[in-house]
Design a protein around this ligand. Structure first.
Ligand SMILES: N=CN[C@@H](CCC(=O)O)C(=O)O
Ligand SMILES: [Mn+2]
Ligand SMILES: [Mn+2]
Length: 322
């Protein structure tokens, strides 16, 4: 079901002596009305069902709430309006209806010129995000192509068995692309060899996916990785950016279902995210798998909030938002 924005989550420190330049997100954000001027629209996807079906550690349904609390105190550094578009909640294990509703809500946001920033929930969020983007492109950008860039330790190309989960979204998207005669353009950045079986790498190959492994991502090799990302971005018109927080090392991001033994550290991830966002082609970003039950004194929530800060700031500056 669709839940209205709970504006009580947006509270924090106020430095009124510093005027507008001292404001924070909780002072700027307002509940979204669709016909408001275009802005960044934060939308939650409260779902445990994908991770449950994928035999993981549940708790990501609380992600949207805790991430909002963590982002409330971020400095307001851009002028674009900031909105809370509420949550889509998955009820009674009916993930498919929840993903369809998420897609419909995202489609509305895109139609009205907003930049949706969607907070999971498990990575099953991606199949909902995609549905919203695909409908928007079908209706308004029929000739354009979409590229998906997924920062993730996992390929998430599992075959639904029998139903979709947090491990299947990009396979489900590939299936939809095939049904609709659209190209499947997918780049996974940060894949870990100890977290993906040969069957999954083979599927990535068969589907024409591009994969950059975590081991390739080092400070001395960053330019090469950035070039590969830019080359991928150059080939598409729009980019769907999705961040599975388990791409970070477990020490930086323990609050996920499947923490990473190696991961891509925050310092490098930030650089690569900027590379994607600087393309000015990102039409939606989401952040998946945050599970507050496994956080340690809110450290991971702060790390996720910092990523949210980066994504919102870059998106606000992009040409796409006029
Ligand atoms: N979203 C992805 N999840 C991983 C989970 C791995 C695990 O639980 O160990 C996957 O399916 O590969
Ligand atoms: Mn993952
Ligand atoms: Mn994932």
């Amino acid at each position: 079901m669709l839940q209205l924005a709970d504006m009580r989550l947006w509270s924090g420190r106020t430095d009124s002596e510093d005027g507008r330049a001292g404001e924070r997100w909780h002072q700027r954000i307002s509940p979204l009305q669709l016909d408001n001027p275009p802005g960044i629209a934060i939308l939650g996807f409260a779902s445990d069902e994908g991770v449950r079906r994928n035999k993981g550690r549940i708790g990501a349904a609380k992600g949207p709430r805790i991430l909002r609390l963590a982002m409330a105190n971020l400095p307001a550094t851009f002028d674009l309006p900031l909105y809370d578009a509420g949550n889509v909640r998955v009820d009674r294990e009916d993930l498919e209806s929840g993903q369809a509703l998420l897609g419909a809500r995202i489609n509305e946001l895109l139609d009205h010129g907003h930049f949706p920033f969607v907070l999971g929930g498990g990575h099953e969020i991606a199949y909902g995000s995609y549905q919203g983007i695909a409908r928007w492109m079908r209706e308004l950008h029929r000739e354009k192509t979409l590229g998906i860039i997924n920062f993730d330790a996992h390929l998430d190309l599992r075959i639904p068995a029998p139903k979709g989960s947090s491990g299947t979204p990009f396979y489900q998207i590939a299936e939809q692309c095939q049904i609709n005669g659209r190209p499947f353009k997918y780049l996974c950045v940060g894949a870990a060899d100890n977290a993906n079986t040969p069957a999954l790498y083979q599927r990535a190959d068969e589907l024409g996916a591009e994969v950059i492994r975590d081991r390739e991502i080092n400070s001395w090799n960053l330019e090469k990785v950035k070039t590969q990302i830019r080359e991928f971005a150059d080939k598409v018109d729009f980019i769907y950016l999705t961040v599975c927080l388990d791409v970070l090392p477990a020490a930086e991001m323990p609050a996920v279902s499947a923490p990473s033994g190696r991961g891509v550290s925050m310092a490098l991830l930030e650089e690569l995210l900027d590379t994607v966002l600087d393309s000015n082609k990102v039409c939606l970003a989401d952040m998946a798998e945050f599970n507050p039950y496994f956080d340690i004194e809110d450290h991971a929530a702060r790390t996720a909030a910092r990523l949210g800060f980066q994504i919102a700031n870059r998106a606000a500056r992009s040409a796409h938002m006029g």
